[in-house]
Ligand binder design. Structure first.
Ligand code: HEC
Ligand code: HEC
Length: 293
């Protein structure tokens, strides 16, 4: 009987210390992620060549699809819930129209530029998940056209809940397993980005591949899934399946999501709804670049 009591006592001591350790560990993560979420950036941004003419409008209209804005913010840019998972958290892609629940009526070109080029909101705190670390590397002309178009779309009245980070979301952010705050990855003093010549060239392909990096990694060789519940990311260099594909097959894959091997890619995992809006020149340039790796 005495023996049993001692065992029980030791067990509860061990369990108790474990609980204390877990609480301490989580508190540390909670404080350090909170500091990052609430950091105020001291950034000034240069003015972009924004023009409200029909050429910008046409370009912007294509780019909001081709650069993925509609994948997250919805076809009408009225926003939607992007991730809703009790462990990861609730991530809401904001209503970026000027309707109810959307941008303030005085949200101006400067604010748009801060969001797109720096990943920062008006109060100078970092935006969550919004992939500005990619947009910051797009040419100023393209970003200007996106702003010209996106800031004039019909208003959408849609009130959405606030984003909240769940415990797993915090832990993964702390461990650097999810890039929650793109502002941290941006060189905020970078100079304006010039337009790359739009032609079927490795250089233009490299410029476009920024949009693939977030998942396929900088070396385009893919790897672990980008978040729990997603498939591993494919190798899209010449050493992967792509090395066996013709240019036509590559273009078809990125327009239909159907690979030459007969695999139907899920647009929620591999965003071909975005690459579908690429021009022939853009897709061929990407093919040239990826095959050069
Ligand atoms: C991977 C998903 C994703 C993509 C792609 C994306 N966004 Fe976002 N965006 C978000 C999320 C999530 C937020 C809200 C961030 C927050 O509130 O912390 C956001 C916020 C914004 C904001 C800031 C709104 C505010 O309240 O300050 C603007 C402006 C914006 N996005 C424009 C765009 C444009 C334009 C594009 C395309 C070039 C784009 N986004 C692409 C997810 C995305
Ligand atoms: C949001 C993450 C994400 C982005 C952004 C992304 N991909 Fe993918 N891609 C994936 C995943 C995940 C797979 C593997 C899907 C599967 O196995 O079902 C994949 C598969 C592919 C495949 C099929 C490869 C094969 O062997 O079947 C091609 C081709 C491809 N991606 C090209 C691109 C290009 C080009 C870009 C940039 C313009 C890009 N992807 C951007 C996540 C992404």
């Amino acid at each position: 009987m005495n023996m049993l009591k001692r065992i029980l006592k030791i067990t509860s001591l061990v369990l108790g210390s474990l609980v204390v350790l877990v609480v301490l560990f989580y508190t540390k993560i909670y404080i350090s992620t909170n500091n990052r979420l609430n950091k105020r950036y001291e950034v000034t941004t240069h003015a972009l060549p924004i023009q409200y003419d029909s050429a910008s409008y046409e370009l912007g209209k294509r780019l909001i699809v081709a650069k993925g804005c509609t994948d997250c913010h919805g076809d009408d840019l009225g926003g939607k819930i992007f991730i809703d998972d009790p462990a990861l958290g609730l991530i809401v892609a904001s209503n970026i129209t000027y309707g109810n629940g959307g941008l303030a009526s005085d949200y101006d070109e400067y604010d748009w530029t801060l969001a797109l080029k720096h990943g920062i909101r008006r109060n100078m705190k970092p935006l969550w998940i919004m992939p500005s670390h990619e947009y910051t590397r797009f040419s100023d002309n393209e970003v200007a056209a996106i702003i010209a178009y996106a800031s004039r779309v019909p208003t959408v009245d849609r009130e959405l809940p606030r984003s909240e980070l769940g415990p797993l979301g915090r832990i993964l952010t702390d461990l650097g397993k999810i890039a929650l705050l793109p502002a941290e990855q941006i060189d905020h003093k970078a100079l304006p980005v010039k337009l790359v010549k739009q032609e079927v060239s490795v250089e233009f392909g490299r410029y476009l591949s920024v949009a693939c990096e977030g998942c396929h990694r900088a070396d385009m060789r893919g790897g672990d899934p980008i978040a729990p519940g997603f498939p591993p990311v494919a190798n899209i260099t010449a050493t992967g399946n792509l090395g066996k594909w013709t240019e036509d097959q590559f273009v078809t894959t990125l327009r239909t999501g159907l690979t030459p091997e007969g695999k139907q890619l899920n647009p929620k995992e591999m965003p071909w709804t975005m690459t579908k809006a690429y021009t022939d020149v853009e897709l061929k340039a990407l093919y040239a670049y990826l095959n050069s790796l």
